[in-house]
Design a protein around this ligand. Structure first.
Ligand SMILES: [Zn+2]
Length: 60
C-alpha cells in the first residue's frame, strides 16, 4: 500500500511504495550513484577496497 512519507534524504513529501523509500529526485540520484559505483567496481575489480569506500560515502 502506498502512503505519503517524508523523504529521509531531503524531507520532501513523496508517495512511499515498497520499491521507493526516497523521493523521485533522491531516487534518481541514488540510481546514478549506484551506476557509478557499479562501473567503478567493475573497472577496479577490487571489491574490498571499493566496498569500504561505498560504505563510507553512503553513510552520513
Ligand atoms: Zn528526497
Amino acid at each position: 500500500m502506498n502512503e505519503l512519507s517524508d523523504c529521509p534524504n531531503c524531507n520532501a513529501l513523496f508517495v512511499k511504495t515498497q520499491f521507493r523509500i526516497v523521493c523521485q529526485e533522491c531516487f534518481l540520484v541514488e540510481e546514478k550513484h549506484f551506476e557509478t559505483v557499479y562501473y567503478f567496481l567493475r573497472k577496479r575489480g577490487n571489491k574490498s577496497v571499493a566496498l569500504k569506500e561505498i560504505t563510507g560515502g553512503r553513510l552520513k
